[in-house]
Ligand binder design. Structure first.
Ligand SMILES: NC(=O)C1=CN([C@@H]2O[C@H](COP(=O)(O)OP(=O)(O)OC[C@H]3O[C@@H](n4cnc5c(N)ncnc54)[C@H](O)[C@@H]3O)[C@@H](O)[C@H]2O)C=CC1
Ligand SMILES: CC(C)CC(=O)C(=O)O
Ligand SMILES: [Mg+2]
Length: 367
């Protein structure tokens, strides 16, 4: 038995989660996974119900579960709430409370979606890169932080960008290991020409390279990396970077794959316990209309089966979900964000149900 906690969150979160839940239910039946599914509140939904973005009950369930699948949090309804109590703090609290320091964001272009990418097919076809983002440190967590009145009497906002040596070592080790299992190329992205914290980052990553002689390490400043990602993205295999740079570069990489609605992620602790979520947010501009792309969440469920549940049956189920996504794309099904012809698109639910149907047809899935 494996326990899975579903946290739909806000905006399109409940819509995309409903489809991922159908897919999990189907693979549970097909592969005998014996999943025990629980539900919880996080983000704005939790603020509305309990006055806090991360209720104790949700945190307790998250600690107890083998893995967590999250939709997205946030939205204009809660934007005026003071810092520290916003929906996003629920997500950040889960990440830091569970010590999910390693965020893996694979950006893979399905060949069927070459036309949906914002880049020319010859530049992106075959794209398969992995962004390894540090997730529990850096400027999103550094203290001191806040808004105060400075000596000149002006209001001044400040955040602190800090990384300790152990924090850098553990995320770099994840990236080196990942590169070793892939093409053997690792690019560390920093701003070492300006920021001391990332000079230390570069120094430590460089010093670790001797332990990974089979990995070719390179370094790049983040501004150049942002440019290179849209100039020649296939030069990259594994990218390792800090929390904020990874947040920004992964949204950029998402567009290479056709849509941010296609990009899944895994956030892991040191023992492969994980939280899985699409890279996108709660998309308030399309929430409640049934048009969001559920594939990033469905693909995140596949990563959950592969990285956290890990039984032979779970690994087969993960492969089957990814094949089923390929099948529905082959069938020409497109949500609005990846549609080649505007207006010729299917709903969130239709896309999710098509993945479920493709799973049932998958002969390898049944045996
Ligand atoms: N992991 C999380 O829960 C995240 C939460 N947020 C929160 O989400 C809210 C909105 O943030 P935004 O900056 O607008 O980013 P967003 O990722 O929610 O949306 C950006 C754009 O992408 C589109 N989009 C996103 N997901 C999509 C999907 N599955 N299918 C089709 N189109 C999709 C949206 O419609 C929008 O035009 C904010 O409150 C923000 O703090 C933002 C990023 C991550
Ligand atoms: C609350 C934000 C840090 C979420 C986000 O943008 C992300 O993790 O990609
Ligand atoms: Mg982001």
């Amino acid at each position: 038995m494996s326990s899975v906690l579903l946290l739909p969150g806000d905006g399109i979160g409940p819509e995309i989660m409903a489809e991922a839940a159908k897919v999990l239910d189907r693979v549970d039946q097909l592969f005998g996974l014996d999943l025990q599914i629980d539900h919880g509140l996080v983000g704005g939904a939790a603020i509305d119900a309990h006055g806090t973005p991360l209720p104790d009950d949700t945190m307790a369930k998250a600690h107890a579960a083998d893995a967590i699948l999250l939709g997205a949090v946030g939205g204009p309804k809660w934007d005026a709430i003071e810092a520290g109590k916003r929906p996003e703090n629920g997500l950040l609290g889960l990440r830091s409370g569970l010590q999910l320091f390693a965020n893996l964001r694979p950006a893979i272009l399905y060949p069927q979606l070459a036309a949906a990418s914002s880049l020319k097919p010859e530049i992106v076809s075959g794209l398969d890169i992995l962004i390894v983002r540090e997730l529990t440190g850096g400027i999103y967590f550094g203290k001191p932080r806040g808004v105060h009145v400075n000596e000149a009497g002006d209001r001044e906002g400040f955040n602190t960008y800090r990384y300790s040596e152990p924090e850098i070592r553990r995320i770099a080790a994840v990236a080196f290991e990942a590169a070793r299992k892939r093409s053997g190329r690792l690019c560390s992205v920093d701003k070492a020409n300006v920021l001391e914290v990332t000079r230390l980052w570069r120094e430590i990553v460089t010093s670790m390279a001797a332990d990974y002689p089979d990995v070719e390490l390179s370094h790049m400043y983040v501004d150049n990396a942002a440019m290179q990602l849209v100039r020649a993205p296939k030069q990259f295999d594994v990218i390792v970077t800090g929390n904020m740079f990874g947040d920004i570069l992964s949204d950029e990489a998402a567009m290479l794959t056709g849509s941010i609605g296609m990009l899944p992620s895994a956030s892991l602790d040191a023992n492969n316990k994980g939280m899985y979520e699409p890279c996108h947010g709660s998309a308030p501009d399309i929430a409640g209309r049934g048009v969001a792309n559920p594939l990033a969440t469905i693909l995140s469920a596949a990563l959950m089966l592969r990285y956290s549940l890990r039984s032979e049956a779970a690994l087969k189920a993960a492969d089957a979900i990814e094949r089923a996504v390929g099948t529905v794309l082959d069938q020409g099904l497109r949500t609005a964000d990846i549609a080649e012809v505007p207006g010729q698109s299917v709903s969130t639910a239709r896309m999710g149900e098509a993945v479920v149907a493709a799973l049932a047809l998958d002969e390898q899935a049944a045996h």
